[in-house]
Design a binder for this molecule. Sequence first.
Ligand SMILES: Nc1ncnc2c1ncn2[C@@H]1O[C@H](COP(=O)(O)OP(=O)(O)O)[C@@H](O)[C@H]1O
Ligand SMILES: [Mg+2]
Length: 378
Amino acid sequence: MISRERIMEVLADYDIERVCVGVLGSHSALDVCDGAKEEGFKTLVVAEKGREKPYTKYFASREVNGLRKGVVDECIVLNKFADIMKESVQEDLRRRNTLFVPNRSFVVYTGVENVENVFEVPLVGSRDMLRIEDREREERNYYWLCEKAGIPVPPSYEPEDIDTLVMVKLPHAEMRLERGFFTARSSEEFREKAERLVRRGVIREEDLAEARIEKYIVGPVFNFDFFYSPLDDEIELLGVDWRFETNLDGVVRIPKTQELPEELREPLMIVVGHASATLRESLLNKVFPMAEKFVEASKQYFEAGIIGPFCLQTIVDADLNFWVYDVATRIGGGTNIHMNCGHPYGNTLFRTNMSSGRRLALEIKRAIEMDKLEKIVT
Ligand SMILES: Nc1ncnc2c1ncn2[C@@H]1O[C@H](COP(=O)(O)OP(=O)(O)O)[C@@H](O)[C@H]1O
Ligand SMILES: [Mg+2]
């Protein structure tokens, strides 16, 4: 893990008046850039060749016949995202006084070991907590932390003990960043489906051993976009989102009487978009304590604890209990839904448009004003 001292050294060389907010060009980069612009920062996106156009062209900062448009001031286009780890690129980021906002794409495309040990650029967030999102590889993953914190997660099963409807979580065989999830309601069905999906090339045999098998919670999904301010020691709910997933969302709209071809019997759950939601107000009472417990536990088990945005992804069952099935220890993937317009909860709290990206930038701005940048970077 890159030490605190090293990051402080890097910061000491920064021109704090000219800090720029940097982010990998994917995931929630537009929300981050929009928020940073709103708070008066320069923005920098590190993009990958072939997928750079939204940042170099469509949302690039520019003036067209007197009209100001765009939120991305500068864009570094690399052959591969992973090239961001090259010393020359890091040097460039530091020279531009970059405070880098980690998103899931950054971790996945560059590798968590590199993020922890090679990337010597200040991260606005908690560097040592990024790895706990990897439920297959990590023992101390988010399930472990939630259990320590006393936050309910769906109970887990061994393949031979399945006696209820379960969700089996493992990566897709080919699209390694996507899901090869499937459901089963008995050990037999688990084996049958697993075999069929291996044969169809949807999942890999060797991934099955590491798969998380957990109770299928029947109910709506609410992903809570929280923000923890280390400067104020306060937890804020900014937004709630849920996801559009292909081809699942299409399949559930086909009448049950229609027989499906084999490839549609286990639909995929590839996230392709997000929607905003609000929660029945009386249930908010149950949601904040989960966030409080999470923040508390994060401070107990990790060096700095959670910093800034995090997302508790939940399903509510018929008894109105929340179950946390996933956690983002950085800005959530669904925050673009409230970019610029803000979100009902964030807006209500701040009496102005408050998205996750803007809240992040506001924290950076205040940390600089309070001379406490060390509290929000790792
Ligand atoms: N225990 C569960 N019960 C029912 N649905 C679940 C459960 N866990 C996950 N899901 C569904 O699968 C989707 C993806 O799950 P998640 O754990 O977030 O995977 P990933 O880490 O790939 O995002 C969720 O949005 C939710 O709809
Ligand atoms: Mg998820």
